[in-house]
Design a protein around this ligand. Structure first.
Ligand code: 13P
Ligand code: SF4
Length: 311
């Protein structure tokens, strides 16, 4: 039983004992963000995973993020507090279907959003994140034919922004799709001085009302630099923890769902990780990310291209 255990103390003790690093995503619960050695967006976390000299990476995020860490740092033990922490974007893009889609479009390269399985990465040419898509796109010839998978909203946003025509895989994030345009407009009318920051996984009808669109790290930076003291946030709600820590005098309002409440904006996959499960993961070094060396090496190439091209 965990009764009587000080989880923060125990996690920190095990972390030293294991020579582990805790990498956390902004969508994790506050206690997990606070105990992480590093909190960041998908690109930041990939870079950290590639660079760390720890023996163990305890990845507090979803499975595709922990898999990315393993692909980049195969000699390290990578644990994920809950192996069921998936992602609706990953679910929307089964490898066999993606393989067939690529075969139907042999003249296209596959630019694939990092929110996908290791198998789909292995079938891709270049991986991108929300913070690197634009920069990577700008390095590809204008006439290059491109498949963009699996997030159709993020793909459509960058296609619009860069004036490119990309063939979009029809996937979406259940969290970012749940925001309501009608309720957002109402909220903006109630707070006319509050600008809105949104993640590119939101559909166009939300992004059209945003003053800033960017990755979680991008949103955080923008919000902290902005002079407004009240800001509407259209992404997963737990990022507000970092905003409140860094700017306690500002007010952050989560964008609402169709019922007018901001209870739609929690990622059920991210929420599967808990402090208890993080403690067990460091204690038992389980659940552990494993994959075949064949898939890993194939997935490594497009990830290395991302790190190179993202600069
Ligand atoms: P970021 O790379 O912006 O952190 O996005 C990760 C994610 O899963 C968004 O839903
Ligand atoms: Fe996947 Fe959406 Fe959760 Fe991000 S917020 S991990 S895209 S389901």
């Amino acid at each position: 039983s965990l009764a009587g255990l000080d989880l923060v103390e125990e996690i920190n003790r095990l972390k030293k004992e294991r020579n582990a690093v805790i990498l956390g995503h902004y969508y994790q619960e506050p206690a997990i963000q606070d105990i992480s050695d590093f909190v960041g967006d998908s690109l930041d976390l990939s870079r950290k995973a590639a660079e760390t000299d720890a023996d163990v990476i305890a990845f507090c995020g979803v499975r595709f993020m922990a898999e990315t860490a393993k692909i980049l740092s195969p000699q390290k033990t990578v644990v994920l507090p809950d192996m069921d922490a998936g992602c609706s974007l990953e679910d929307s893009c089964p490898p066999e279907a993606f393989k067939r889609f690529r075969e139907e479009h042999p003249d296209h390269i596959a630019l694939t959003y990092i929110n996908c399985s290791a198998e789909v990465k292995a079938l891709s040419d270049i991986i991108v994140t929300s913070s690197s898509t634009e920069k990577i796109l700008s390095q590809l010839p204008r006439d290059q034919k491109i498949i963009f998978a699996p997030d159709r909203h993020l793909g459509a946003y960058f296609a619009r922004k860069t004036g490119r025509n990309m063939l979009l895989w029809p996937g979406a994030c259940i969290v970012h799709e749940a925001f309501s345009e009608k309720e957002l407009i109402k909220l903006q009318a109630q707070h006319p001085d509050a600008p809105t920051a949104a993640h590119p996984e939101c559909p166009a009808h939300i992004l059209d009302h945003a003053d800033y669109v960017g990755s979680t790290s991008g949103i955080l930076k923008w919000v902290l630099e902005h002079e407004a003291d009240k800001i509407i946030i259209a992404t997963e709600t737990h990022i507000i923890h970092q905003m409140e820590k860094a700017a306690p005098h500002k007010t952050f309002i989560g964008a609402p769902g169709a019922d007018g409440n901001c209870n739609c904006n929690m990622c059920p996959f991210m929420a599967m990780n808990t402090m208890e499960k993080l403690y067990f993961a460091l204690r038992d070094l389980e659940p552990r990310i494993e994959m075949s060396e064949d898939v890993r090496l194939k997935a490594l190439k497009p990830l290395e291209r991302m790190l190179e091209m993202a600069g």
